[in-house]
Design a protein around this ligand. Structure first.
Ligand code: ZN
Length: 316
């Protein structure tokens, strides 16, 4: 089975495999939840497959593919943090393992969340990145690429993952057994990040959050404001999700004001949004969106929680 999305990366890697020009180190970068680890695993499996054929896809049948799927492929090793950081000891172990030549083919090493490597660990990795044995390929994943040492970055090829299209998100959700029938807005709300749709779909309070936010916006009376206020006061964990939902409604309202009614995030509430957008000017809506942004960043700076809730529910 092929891989969904990220064609710009897969095409490049497949061509490199085909032409024998594969590099010795790659960094998969992109937002948290975008699927860096999944793609790195897919790439490792492809490299190690002994029956790839012309389409350069892992066959899923050869000994290497089968042991890979079982997580016991001797030529694939994952390094991740065992404590808060990835320690120099772990990188030393990896380098020792690299020095052992494989019986055949390549050896692939994957350092997950490579930015967790201590500076010592990164410096220790440098030498290997400079002169790796020809059979060795090192893959890194990180959502904060810039925090890696420049000397590391200059020795790896960066592969930046792009947000997925809604169609791709649907395919990924289905492949992972997530039923989004009747909840199509989830595919828009996740912003092209598969990890978010997994989170949203498994978040039992999401529907409740959404209902209360919808009432707050569309009814806009004292009662719904107070209900929303009390709800957030009691459910601190819901505030981030509620702000996302709120922002998505405001963005939809802006779209409607620009006469765009297709592709709304909350397409199931289209009529409400059209009615709502009519009663406001674009400036009103921009002010609401920047109000949310301000509260969001104030909360990160440890603003008093109840004050943030009051601003969100009573002042917006
Ligand atoms: Zn295979």
């Amino acid at each position: 089975m092929g891989f969904t999305g990220q064609a710009h990366i897969l095409e490049r890697l497949k061509n490199e495999i085909k032409n024998g020009t594969l590099g010795h180190a790659y960094a998969f970068t992109g937002e948290k939840g975008i699927g860096k680890r999944t793609l790195a695993h897919y790439m490792a499996k492809t490299i190690l497959c002994t029956e790839k054929g012309n389409d350069i896809e892992p066959c899923g049948k050869c000994r290497s593919c089968r042991s890979f799927e079982e997580g016991v492929n001797p030529n694939f090793r994952v390094i991740r943090n065992e404590t808060k950081k990835i320690l120099i000891r772990q990188i030393r172990d990896m380098i020792e393992d690299i020095s052992v030549r494989p019986a055949e083919g390549k050896k692939v090493y994957l350092i997950e969340e490579a930015d967790l490597m201590t500076v010592d660990a990164q410096n220790c990795l440098l030498k290997t990145l400079e002169e790796p044995p020809p059979y060795c390929i090192i893959l890194l994943t990180t959502s904060v690429y810039e925090s890696l040492l420049l000397t590391i970055r200059s020795r790896v090829a960066q592969l930046r993952l792009k947000p997925y299209t809604e169609g791709e998100i649907k395919t990924i959700a289905k492949a992972n057994g997530i039923d989004i029938r009747g909840k199509e807005y989830l595919t828009s709300l996740c912003g092209g990040i598969p990890g978010r749709i997994f989170e949203l779909a498994s978040d039992k309070s999401f529907e409740e959050n959404r209902n209360i936010v919808m009432r707050f916006v569309f009814e806009a009376d004292t009662r719904s404001r107070l209900d929303f206020n009390q709800y957030l006061s009691k459910n601190k964990s819901a505030v981030s999700s509620c702000m996302d939902i709120l922002e998505s409604i405001y963005r939809d309202a802006l779209m409607v004001q620009c006469s765009v009614t297709d592709g709304l995030i909350n397409s199931d509430k289209k009529d409400n949004i059209i009615k709502y957008a009519r009663g406001l000017s674009p400036d009103d809506i921009f002010a609401k969106i920047s109000g949310i942004e301000e509260i969001r960043s104030n909360l990160k700076r440890y603003m008093n929680y109840q004050l943030a809730v009051d601003m969100l529910t009573l002042a917006l």
